[in-house]
Design a protein around this ligand. Sequence first.
Ligand SMILES: *Cc1c(COP(=O)(O)O)cnc(C)c1O
Length: 406
Amino acid sequence: MSVEQAPVQRADFDQVMVPNYSPAAFIPVRGEGSRVWDQSGRELIDFAGGIAVNALGHCHPALVKALTEQANTLWHVSNVFTNEPALRLAHKLVDATFAERAFFCNSGAESNEAAFKLARRVAHDRFGPEKHEIIATVNSFHGRTLFTVSVGGQPKYSDGFGPKITGISHVPYNDLEALKAQISDKTCAVVIEPIQGESGVVPADKAYLEGARKLCDEYNALLIFDEVQTGVGRTGSLYAYQHYGVTPDILTSAKSLGGGFPIGAMLTTTDLAKHLAVGTHGTTYGGNPLACAVACAVLDVVNTPETLAGIKAKHERFKSRLEQIGQQSGLFTQVRGVGLLIGCVLSDAWKGKVKDILNAAEKEGVMVLQAGPDVVRFAPSLVVEDADIDEGLARFERAVAKLTQG
Ligand SMILES: *Cc1c(COP(=O)(O)O)cnc(C)c1O
């Protein structure tokens, strides 16, 4: 049945791909649960999870079923028409969260783009053009479009592309006084990652989010939570805002939402949603039936008391073993994070050398991530088997031992 494919290798990347990534030396070709195999048949344990995307591991039967059934039914109709999977997904998200309305797109950046445009539109309609300023936090990450790198504010992502979007300021994360000093009647939105993911797995303090909520209410500003990384069970709650007990006005979701199939969502209230009237915003692929059918299946598995409780238990399993490894090796000083988004903060001697650790781990057959230059990040499947956690961490421990003992 299968058509003969031309053989390809890692070296092909440097010949035919835009060089904006620097992928690992091996090419994964197959996955099952929390295991991945490369071209040579070598097996690895996957604690990277496609950067917090493969919420149910690789080729989860429920997702394969949803995708193949939908693939045999209807692929795409555009937003000139609606479709059943999109409406079902919207119902599920509305039922499970504060939100009353959903907008679908294809990535985290697009969900944030929609959120920022909505926030500006609401302020424009209600208060006029003066109220357009967005406050974000230092070291935040919201995606790679020009608007989202401008809001993220990290020069390494935003410099060198001409004029940035203006009207954006940045305050230190977890610093309520700094936010209080910056917010004004011109502020249309404050955007916060409940846990800063890309820049080191830094959880917000509950009091910080509560204070931000209060300030936003005081200044008629919208509170946006970027839950692209923290959403869909990652923290052991469906969304991190539920873990913290602080409700935003707009929430963005992507990554785990599709479990590996591209989809993004912006969630909000009816009152705010009405400002994106017909024609104000859109995307051809957003709400695609394949993506929405898969996301429905992801939510059906993740949003159950068993799965969510399992995530909290697995957190403890990771944390206690990682703390042990950190103490024995002197490699890291702290293990932080919530649920299955975990960061190991490197000790001074290892700061900036996180790539060495990733490479050593891969050699021992375990895939992990970095989060900035000084943090090793774990974002495994939310249903990773305990046996895979134990085996993967044993491999990680061997890698660390080899590295630290020369
Ligand atoms: C990954 C990420 C994004 C960007 O998502 P893409 O799908 O890569 O566009 C935005 N915000 C946060 C918090 C993320 O972790």
